[in-house]
Design a binder for this molecule. Structure first.
Ligand SMILES: Nc1nc2c(ncn2[C@@H]2O[C@H](COP(=O)(O)OP(=O)(O)OP(=O)(O)O)[C@@H](O)[C@H]2O)c(=O)[nH]1
Ligand SMILES: [Mg+2]
Length: 590
């Protein structure tokens, strides 16, 4: 049977997973209502976090598809996947047009010599502009230096949500057959020399409590059987022996155990406990290793430590330094872009590809029952040839005209440089290059400045020379000076002086940050103070008070609004911000 290997790539939310699910459903691989976004966190957030391979069968051909994540923090994962497939389906939202991640993944694909197939998706959106967006995609190909052959990309329109694709806007809109046929037409069959000596290369890792670390990768040549002895070769030529103890293939949303697999296939294998991304698994030591796959360096870092707040241990099952350490060690088995420095005893320095990358780890940990604290995320500063370098991002902002001035001004103050500006009716699209340091903590401000009508996305563009100090107007913290339960009466007064992070009837402790202070200074307050009770009024009759709903502290908002001398306290039930030093007089002494 012939095999075709493709990856679906796009900017976040442009419809990759919906389209993959549609293809699986149409070819009878899965039940209605199931999704490739199978992880609990993925379902809750509605985004793909992990790249996942799947397989479908169409016209006697096996089509392996890797659904990739669109969020910028997971970009390096996409890059690795691209090394293992033969063609990409580039999905573009026919209203939004090409966005930063579209550019990033397309650039990587073109550099690898892949010939993309373009899907202009979501053309059911009332503001969709498929023809214009097609032009924009063409321009993007050109800007990115596509070859003549790549420029002639085939394209198709789609409404992924309805499971429809059609070659021309007037065609009948029935199902995804036109897309499947296009894939058959333009994606070259995978080389399938099953008799050659075996060679495979992992682009991703998995973990299973029973069999340990697993490698997901493509078989380039030959055949592999469960139980087979192999050689693992680094790109440097270094070798070591290993045995495949388990072999799995993908099918719909399932993984199925297999006895044998051969060239062209994407498989998951167990048995090599120390297998790493980009190594070559082969039959004999004299085979050539496949070209190395590099893993992008982390851009931000923060400390993880035990929860030592006054409320520590009330909600979590795993609370000790040793348990946190073991959990991080386990994470390192599979989380390819993550790095941890355990040198400092009980403050572990965790480095990742962005706030979202680390937030996903923290969210998984609290769901498993962990309690811990983390410090404010800091971008990583590198030194090369005596020069200081820092990570930069390209930011794309879509805002109504009236807000563009404010956005340009605010990002300018944070050392952003505008590289492009495009008007479209009353909407403006700005492209701005800015140090990641300048962008940290800006998103909340952006939502306020654009009254929730702006969209801001960013994409890491590597390290560039350090731009020196960046001044940010910071708001101060409003801190509880007592332990107790918040009362609506005092909150009603406090909400005039800043944004509150807690509502009424919430347990707080001394040193806990309960809001910000608009004035900018640290403010110590008592949020538990009630009104003087009289015989006539019982306590708790706060109902009539007009309380603004508090700003909910989540992992991401928390990391963004916390300051340098604070910790984010994370438990299975709560996320709180607190001062590192809880007592006011001790803070002052510092
Ligand atoms: N209007 C419209 N919405 C769609 C269509 N296809 C998908 N969507 C919606 O777009 C949103 C994102 O879809 P996904 O398939 O999760 O997008 P994705 O590209 O996989 O997103 P990430 O994996 O997070 O990058 C969902 O709310 C879908 O229901 C479409 O054809 N038309
Ligand atoms: Mg997705």
């Amino acid at each position: 049977m012939e095999t075709r290997n493709i990856a679906i790539i796009a900017h976040v939310d442009h419809g990759k997973t919906t389209l993959t699910d549609g293809l699986l459903k149409q070819t009878g691989m899965v039940e209605e209502g199931t999704s490739m976004d199978s992880n609990a966190l993925e379902q809750e957030r509605g985004i793909t976090i992990y790249a996942k391979p799947t397989t479908l069968f169409y016209k006697d051909t096996k089509i392996n598809i890797v659904d990739t994540p669109g969020h910028a923090d997971f970009g390096s994962e996409v890059e690795r996947v691209l090394r293992s497939i033969d063609s990409v389906v580039l999905v573009v939202d026919a209203q939004e047009g090409p966005m930063p991640q579209t550019k990033f993944v397309l650039k990587k694909s073109l550099e690898l010599g892949l010939k993309p197939l373009v899907v202009l998706n979501k053309i059911d959106k009332p503001a969709a502009r498929p023809e214009e967006v097609h032009e924009e995609v063409l321009e993007l190909f050109m800007d990115l230096g596509a070859t003549d052959e790549q420029m002639e990309f085939p394209y198709i329109y789609a409404i992924g949500k309805e499971g429809q694709a059609f070659k021309s806007l007037d065609d009948e809109r029935k199902d995804l057959t036109p897309l499947l046929d296009l894939i058959m037409d333009v994606v070259p069959p995978a080389p399938n020399d099953a008799a050659a000596p075996f060679r495979m290369q992992p682009f991703n890792l998995g973990y299973d409590d029973f069999v340990g670390r697993m490698a997901i990768g493509r078989i380039y040549e030959g055949t592999i059987t469960s139980g087979q002895k192999v050689i693992i070769k680094k790109s440097t030529g270094e070798t070591r022996p290993g045995t495949i103890t388990k072999l799995m293939q993908f099918k719909g949303h399932e993984k199925v155990e297999a006895k044998e697999a051969s060239a062209g296939d994407i498989v998951m294998i167990a048995g090599i406990a120390d297998i790493d991304i980009g190594e070559t698994i082969c039959e004999s030591a004299d085979q050539e290793p496949l070209p190395a796959i590099t893993v992008d360096e982390p851009t931000i870092g923060m400390e993880f430590l035990v929860n030592n707040s006054p409320f520590a241990g009330q909600e979590g099952k795993f609370v000790t330094t040793r348990q946190i350490r073991e959990r991080l060690e386990k994470e390192l088995e599979i989380n390819v872009g993550l790095q941890v420095d355990f040198a400092d005893g009980d403050h572990f320095k965790v480095y990742g590809r962005g706030e979202m990358h680390i937030a996903v780890l923290l969210e998984n940990m609290r769901r498993e029952g962990f309690e811990l604290q983390v410090s404010q995320p800091k971008v990583i500063i590198r030194e090369e040839d005596g020069k200081k370098l820092e990570p930069f991002e390209e930011v794309t902002v879509d805002v109504p005209q009236e807000f563009s001035g404010t956005v340009i001004e605010k990002l300018g103050k944070r050392k952003g440089v505008m590289t492009n500006m495009k008007n479209n009716d009353n909407q403006v699209r700005l492209t701005i290059e800015i140090p990641s340091r300048g962008l940290l903590g800006y998103r909340g401000q952006f939502v306020m400045d654009t009254k929730g009508e702006g969209i801001l996305t960013s994409q890491g563009i590597g390290f560039k020379p350090h731009v020196g100090p960046i001044e940010k107007r910071s708001v101060g913290s409003m801190i509880s000076m007592v332990k107790g339960k918040t009362l609506g009466f005092s909150l009603a007064n406090l909400q005039d002086r800043g944004v509150l992070y807690v509502g009424a009837n919430v347990e707080v402790y001394e040193g806990m940050v309960i809001g910000n202070s608009a004035k900018g200074d640290e403010m110590n307050v008592n949020p538990t103070k009630g009104k003087q009770l009289t015989n006539m009024r019982a306590s708790g009759s706060d109902d009539a008070l007009n309380l603004t709903p508090p700003l909910k502290v989540t992992l991401e908002t928390g990391m963004e609004i916390m300051s340098d001398d604070e910790y984010l306290e994370i438990t299975p039930e709560n996320i709180r911000i607190r001062k590192q030093v809880l007592k006011e007089n001790e803070r002052k002494r510092k």
